[in-house]
Design a protein around this ligand. Structure first.
Ligand SMILES: Nc1ncnc2c1ncn2[C@@H]1O[C@H](COP(=O)(O)OP(=O)(O)OP(=O)(O)O)[C@@H](O)[C@H]1O
Length: 259
């Protein structure tokens, strides 16, 4: 069946928005990488060597729009975490480019990469990764303390209010529920106003009610603060909160869909 012209043009626009023209031609996409907050160009990651080598990323080219909530989905072992780790400068690629704001992280020396991770990227993990001896306030402010940056008190107050943490700031992680801990982790990720927040299965350890809570807060951060969020998830329901979903299989992007 042929698409009518109107449908076809809408489809083309949707593809352009998502950068899915990348499937047609990597060189074309390379001209547009600066339009994306985070992007991979022909990214390859091979673990090990010889007969036991695993090609975790097999030439991934994809872009994540700024001020949008994107999800990466796919079966276990499809390369979701490897892609995210390379895009976030947590892992090195075998070849290709991992771009943040158009700049290739794969070419940066270690000390510059550490600074990029600290100053330009926010992280949210499945296991929250809060420091148990610090209060919620200290955990949220930790990225600023580590980099010696001053605290924007108005922004901190806005974040705490938006994330419903006002009455929890003096609590330690062991005194908070999983949902509350993940909200502290989200505030910690947002406090530096990073270019991209990478969230790795952020609802994986939460009950369904806390999951909905956290997903709504991620959406709110995109809508109200213009935050760019890239989330890895197994969960269809979590992905349904995203503006765009990238599906992976066997180390490749097999589909990108707008919500
Ligand atoms: N450090 C490593 N050493 C060797 N192989 C690895 C390593 N990390 C990942 N792999 C392999 O790379 C492939 C992709 O793994 P990755 O963790 O990126 O997949 P995933 O889609 O995130 O899976 P899951 O949903 O189970 O977390 C898998 O075959 C995995 O076994």
């Amino acid at each position: 069946m042929h698409l009518c012209p109107v449908r076809r043009s809408a489809e083309r626009q949707r593809r352009t928005l998502l950068g899915t023209e990348v499937f047609a031609s990597t060189p074309d996409f390379a001209d547009h990488v600066n339009n994306f907050a985070s992007a991979a160009v022909d990214l390859v990651k091979v673990y090990g060597s010889g007969a036991t080598a695993v090609r975790a990323l097999d030439g991934v080219t994809v872009g994540f729009r700024p001020a949008a909530f994107s999800a990466i989905m796919g079966p276990s072992g499809s390369g979701k975490s490897t892609l995210m780790h390379c895009l976030a400068g947590l892992d090195t690629a075998t070849s290709g480019a991992a771009l943040l704001g158009g700049k290739d992280l794969t070419r940066l020396p270690d000390n510059a990469l550490t600074k990029v991770r600290r100053d330009r990227i926010g992280f949210v993990f499945q296991a929250f990764n809060l420091l148990p001896t610090l209060t919620a306030r200290q955990n949220v402010l930790l990225p600023l303390s580590l980099s010696g940056r001053h605290v924007d008190k108005a922004w901190f107050a806005q974040l705490v209010e938006a994330l419903g943490l006002s009455s929890r700031l003096s609590h330690r992680p062991s005194e908070m529920s999983g949902g509350q801990q993940q909200r502290v982790a989200l505030a910690r990720a947002l406090v530096t106003r990073p270019e991209v927040v990478f969230a790795d299965e952020p609802t994986g350890n939460l009950d369904s009610r806390s999951s909905v809570d956290v997903l709504n807060l991620l959406r709110q951060a995109v809508r109200e603060f213009g935050q760019t969020i890239v989330m890895v998830t197994h969960d269809d329901r979590a992905a349904s909160y995203a503006d765009a979903v990238v599906h992976m299989a066997d180390g490749r992007v097999v589909q990108a869909v707008a919500a």
